[in-house]
Design a protein around this ligand. Structure first.
Ligand code: FBP
Ligand code: MG
Ligand code: MG
Length: 334
């Protein structure tokens, strides 16, 4: 009788909360501030997940009628997601300042004694919002370098990719998954709506060194550097599979699991590429490297790119190590 009841009470798995706590206990000097900040991110993502699922019913589809510093038209969900994350990080008390794709300047939360700053892309893949295709959120966390008790400054955000203490993304897809690194490997947590909890589902994610998938916007190919065009031609000759969702988080996640390469090269129109260094490229590169993948801007390791402004763009080549090596072997990519 006992064993049959035990079978009815199978463990649900490790929640994100418990996972974070165990990591924290393993670090003697940990204070719990970063753990709380990660919980704040998870909480906001649960609310946004609900709104994304019901977007069509809530009249939060379509354009917000406003533009952002990138010169892009903001979607209503871009703005809603931005508000939700900023509010959760402010109220959580562990974030001193935030930079966001949707705001021109640094957002000061008023938590002067907080020791962390966050760079965020609240909604990634905005062109896919209204057509029910996977979208995401990307975030990057730094320990501030300015004195606690004073307002954060630009310097706190321009420390460089290797100074990230944590990075992650949430993929709002057929299921919702949060993928996280704190510099000690990469783990994925699937959102169990019935419990309202993220549950460890992908422990110790590792990117296959080679894959059968290449991801880029083929519509821009004629504007890519010749070496990139050459590399893509070899992909076609090898009969690799072309897959491009148009949401960085979704394309990256597929390639992380299955092996593959994502390319957003410089083009004539966007000589520095399209993606933003601080809240798209740096966090994805940190995760990629922690999972055994590689990320470059073409000529150099992506995390070695020197940041000099909040919304700086960068070309991005990211994915399976062997495929990036082959790309670099195709000549000067940058
Ligand atoms: O439409 P394009 O030029 O291929 O660009 C798609 C890329 O732009 C992005 O949508 C940019 O991100 P945002 O949606 O956050 O602005 C990436 O997610 C995606 O990989
Ligand atoms: Mg984005
Ligand atoms: Mg965005």
């Amino acid at each position: 009788m006992q064993s049959s009841l035990a079978n009815l009470a199978l463990p649900v798995g490790t929640t994100l909360d418990r996972f974070i706590m165990r990591k924290q206990l393993a670090v003697p000097y940990a204070t719990g501030e970063l753990s709380q900040l990660l919980r704040d991110m998870a909480l906001a993502s649960k609310i946004i997940n609900r709104e994304i699922n019901r977007a069509g019913l809530m009249d939060i589809t379509g354009s917000a009628g406003s533009g952002n510093v990138q010169g892009e038209t903001q979607q209503k969900l871009d703005v809603v997601a931005n508000i939700r994350f900023i509010r959760a990080l402010k109220n959580g008390g562990q974030t001193c300042a935030i930079i966001s794709e949707e705001d021109d300047d640094i957002i000061h939360t008023g938590n002067l004694n907080a020791r962390y700053v966050v760079a965020i892309d609240p909604l990634d893949g905005s062109s896919n919002i209204d057509v029910n295709v996977s979208i995401g959120t990307i975030f990057s966390i730094y320990r501030r370098i300015t004195p606690v008790g004073t307002p954060a400054t630009l310097a706190d955000f321009l420390q460089g990719g290797d100074q990230q203490v944590a990075a992650g993304y949430i993929l709002y897809g057929s299921s919702t998954i949060l993928v996280l690194t704190t510099g000690d490997g990469v783990n994925g947590f699937t959102y169990d709506l019935s419990l309202g909890e993220y549950i460890l589902s992908h422990p110790g994610l590792s990117q296959p060194p080679i894959g059968q998938i290449f991801s880029c916007n083929e519509g821009n190919v004629l504007d890519y550097p010749v070496s990139v065009q050459t590399y893509l031609q070899t992909c076609r000759q090898q009969r690799l599979t072309g897959r491009y969702i148009g949401s960085l988080v979704a394309d990256f996640h597929r390639n992380l699991i299955k092996g593959g390469i994502y390319l957003y090269p410089p083009t004539v129109k966007t000589p520095n590429g399209k993606l933003r260094l601080l809240y798209e490229c740096f966090p994805m590169a940190f995760i990629a490297e922690q999972a055994g993948g590689v990320a470059t801007n073409g000529p150099i390791r992506l995390l070695d790119v020197a940041p000099d402004n909040l919304h700086q763009r960068s070309p991005l080549f990211i994915g399976s190590a062997e495929m990036i090596r082959q790309l670099n072997g195709s000549g000067d990519v940058g």
